[in-house]
Design a protein. Structure first.
Length: 209
């Protein structure tokens, strides 16, 4: 999932050849380092699981999912929704550290300033959600009196049991999930636009190949 922004812009010339994005990106760094690109796509892959299971659990609840797939599978879905949420939190911290401590490709000079601002705003909101959603889930789980599971470990809940607070936190978590769907749709759509229509090298700087 890529969107033209400070994370995906590079100084390039448009490539109209059948081969796709133009790897000739002018002066400076043309692509993010491989480590950053791996973190990006691992995060994207995990988010497919997180959004899918989050919508499933949000629409049907524990009882509804249990009736469909059984108690053991339902417990596993909850467990690994929590587990991968914590992994997402760790990955975004790593991503933010590398974002501001390692060189980044130059911005695309031909991209209108308004598009750069919109793209940057979307990225900021995505980062806020990537941090906020796991925290809301963690605290909501603890306030509901449920274990905060990370693979086979149980992590500290950090707050006391409070059913009303838990309901509030999970309500925020639910709406945050829908915000994720919208923002990721914008993010992915912009990346595909740059890859297949503009073909200006923006997508290539975050792609793996």
């Amino acid at each position: 999932m890529t969107m033209a922004s400070d994370d995906t812009l590079t100084d390039t010339k448009e490539d109209n050849s059948p081969g796709g994005d133009n790897p000739n990106t002018g002066d400076g760094l043309s692509r993010h380092p491989l480590f950053i690109r791996l973190v990006h796509w691992i995060t994207a892959l995990i988010m497919v699981w997180m959004i899918g299971t989050g919508l499933l659990l949000g629409f049907f609840g524990f009882v509804g999912v249990r009736d469909m797939v059984g108690g053991d599978v339902t417990n596993l879905i909850y467990k690994y929704h929590k587990t991968f949420g914590i992994i997402i939190l760790g990955l975004v911290v790593i991503r933010l550290v590398t974002k501001y401590t390692r060189p980044r490709p130059a911005e695309l000079a031909s991209l209108p300033r308004s598009q750069q601002l919109i793209a940057s705003a979307v990225h900021v909101m995505l980062y806020l959600l990537l941090i906020g959603m796991p925290v809301l889930g963690w605290l909501g789980t603890a306030a509901g009196g449920f274990p905060v599971e990370f693979f086979q470990m149980t992590l500290p809940g950090l707050i006391d049991k409070d059913r009303d607070l838990s309901q509030l936190l999970f309500t925020l978590h639910w709406y945050g999930g829908w915000a994720f769907v919208v923002l990721i749709g914008m993010h992915a759509g912009a990346g595909l636009f740059h890859r297949f229509i503009k073909r200006d090298g923006v997508f290539r700087r975050i792609s793996l190949p």
